[in-house]
Design a protein around this ligand. Structure first.
Ligand code: GLC
Length: 400
C-alpha cells in the first residue's frame, strides 16, 4: 500500500519537473514555477538536480551545466539566469542576462549526489573548475576580515528574502509590510550597484551578514567538494577544502554559538541577531552540533508546540517571535527546502522517528494543498506560487 502511494507521488513529481522544464539552445533547466518564477535560480536548480537524480541523472547533470554556464570571471555563480524574457521580477542588477548576487552554494552537494547515482567521472571533471572557482570566490571575497565566516551582501543571497533574521541589519522593525521590506531590499540593490557588487566594499558600507544556513551549506558543500577533488586526484585541493571546512565550523562556534544556538551575526563586530527561525536547526544538516547539543535543541525548540512543532511544521519562524506571520512569506510559512534540510539533519543524529514524522507531515501538506510555494504552518493552506517544484524534495526524504 505504502509502496503504491510512494510511486504515485514519484509520478506526480516527475510530471511537474517535465512540465516546468525549458530548453534554450543547448541548455536545459527547470522553472521553479511557470508563472511566478520563469527563470533559472541557483539553489532551486540544485534542488531540481537532487530531485532529478532519482529519475534521470543525465537530466540532473544538464540542470547543473546550464547553471554554471553563466559563472562570472571572478568565480561568482549568479542566483538568477534570465534565459528567456518574461514580465515578472525584472530587476536592474547592473548586468545583462543574470543577476549580480549569488545564493547558498548547494552545487557541490547536488553534483556529488548525481555522481552517487551514475558514477560518471567525466561529469565531475567538467564541473570541477567551476566549483573550485565558486568556492574560492566565496572564501576570498566574502570574508574580508579573515574570520572564516562567509558573508552575504543582500538578504536575497540567503534564499530567504524577507526573513526576520535580516530586519536588524536592514533597520526594519519586527512588524512591517511585505512592500516595505521589498522596497528596502530594492534600495540595497541600488547601493550594491553603486559599489559595483564588489563584495568587500558592499559589505563594509551597506550590508554584511554572516548567515547561519549559508555557512552551514558552505560547510557541507566543502565536504562534497573535497570528496570530488579527492576522486579526481587533486589531493592538494581536497586537503585545502577540508581544512577550510573545519575552520568555518570552528568560527561558527567561536562567533555564533550562545545558549546552545548558532545565531546569524552581522557587521564588523559580528553582532548576534537573536531571532528564532528554522536556522536554529540548520546546523544539524552539516552535523555541526554535538549529539547532546542536538538533543537539547530538538527537544527544547523543534518539538515545542508553541514554537516550531505546529500542525504543519516546520514554520520558518518561531511562533513566539513578534515577527511571526503565518502568511508572511519567509516570516512564518512552512517551505519544503527547510523541511528537507532539517529532515537530513535529524537522520544524521539518529532521530529517525522525528524525521519520519516530519516526512509524513510534509506529505500531508502536498496531499492537502498541492505543490505550492509555501504553506500556512497552522492550517496547511497553500500560499504563493503554484506548481512550485520544491515539493519534489519529498522524494529525496529518505534515510540513505
Ligand atoms: C523566492 C525564494 C527564493 C527562490 C526563488 C525562486 O525568491 O525566496 O529562495 O530561490 O523564489 O524559487
Amino acid at each position: 500500500m505504502k509502496k503504491q502511494s510512494d510511486s504515485n507521488m514519484k509520478d506526480t513529481v516527475l510530471k511537474l519537473m517535465l512540465k516546468n522544464r525549458r530548453h534554450v539552445g543547448d541548455h536545459q533547466y527547470t522553472l521553479p514555477s511557470i508563472n511566478a518564477y520563469p527563470y533559472q535560480w541557483l539553489w532551486d536548480s540544485c534542488f531540481h538536480a537532487i530531485i532529478l537524480s532519482h529519475f534521470s541523472p543525465i537530466d540532473a547533470q544538464k540542470e547543473i551545466l546550464s547553471l554554471i554556464s553563466k559563472q562570472f570571471d571572478n568565480g561568482l555563480i549568479p542566483h538568477m539566469i534570465y534565459w528567456e524574457k518574461a514580465d515578472v521580477l525584472n530587476i536592474d542588477w547592473g548586468t545583462s542576462g543574470t543577476s549580480s548576487i549569488t545564493q547558498p552554494p548547494m552545487i557541490a552537494y547536488a553534483v556529488w549526489q548525481i555522481f552517487q547515482k551514475d558514477g560518471d567521472e567525466e561529469f565531475l571533471k567538467k564541473v570541477y573548475k567551476h566549483l573550485f572557482h565558486f568556492h574560492k570566490y566565496l572564501i576570498n571575497e566574502r570574508d574580508p576580515h579573515e574570520r572564516n565566516l562567509i558573508g552575504v551582501i543582500n538578504p536575497d543571497e540567503s534564499g530567504e528574502d524577507n526573513s526576520p533574521r535580516f530586519d536588524e541589519p536592514l533597520n526594519l522593525q519586527p512588524i512591517h509590510s511585505i512592500d516595505t521590506n521589498f522596497k528596502r531590499r530594492l534600495k540595497l540593490i541600488e547601493e550594491n550597484r553603486e559599489c559595483n557588487f564588489d563584495a568587500p566594499f558592499c559589505m563594509k558600507n551597506f550590508f554584511w551578514v554572516k548567515d547561519v544556513p549559508f555557512n552551514v551549506i558552505m560547510v557541507e558543500n566543502l565536504k562534497c567538494l573535497a570528496r570530488i577533488a579527492e576522486r579526481l586526484g587533486h589531493d592538494y585541493d581536497a586537503k585545502y577544502f577540508g581544512e577550510k571546512r573545519q575552520k568555518i565550523i570552528d568560527a561558527m562556534r567561536e562567533l555564533m554559538f550562545e545558549d546552545n544556538i548558532f545565531w546569524t551575526t552581522y557587521g564588523d563586530d559580528y553582532k548576534k541577531i537573536k531571532v528564532k527561525t528554522w536556522a536554529l536547526f540548520a546546523p544539524l544538516f552539516a552535523k555541526i552540533p554535538t549529539q547532546e547539543e542536538a538533543e537539547l535543541l530538538v527537544n527544547t525548540y523543534l518539538l515545542n508546540k508553541e514554537e516550531f512543532w505546529t500542525e504543519y511544521p516546520i514554520p520558518t519562524v518561531s511562533q513566539k517571535e513578534p515577527s511571526f506571520d503565518a502568511e508572511g512569506f519567509w516570516r512564518g510559512p512552512t517551505w519544503f527546502a527547510p523541511n528537507w534540510f532539517i529532515y537530513k539533519g535529524l537522520i544524521q543524529y539518529g532521530f529517525a522517528d522525528i524525521a519520519s514524522e516530519l516526512k509524513e507531515k510534509s506529505l500531508k501538506l502536498l496531499k492537502k494543498s498541492g505543490f505550492r510555494e509555501q504553506f500556512n504552518p497552522k492550517t496547511g493552506e497553500g500560499l504563493g506560487a503554484k506548481e512550485f517544484t520544491w515539493g519534489g524534495l519529498i522524494i529525496d526524504m529518505d534515510d540513505e
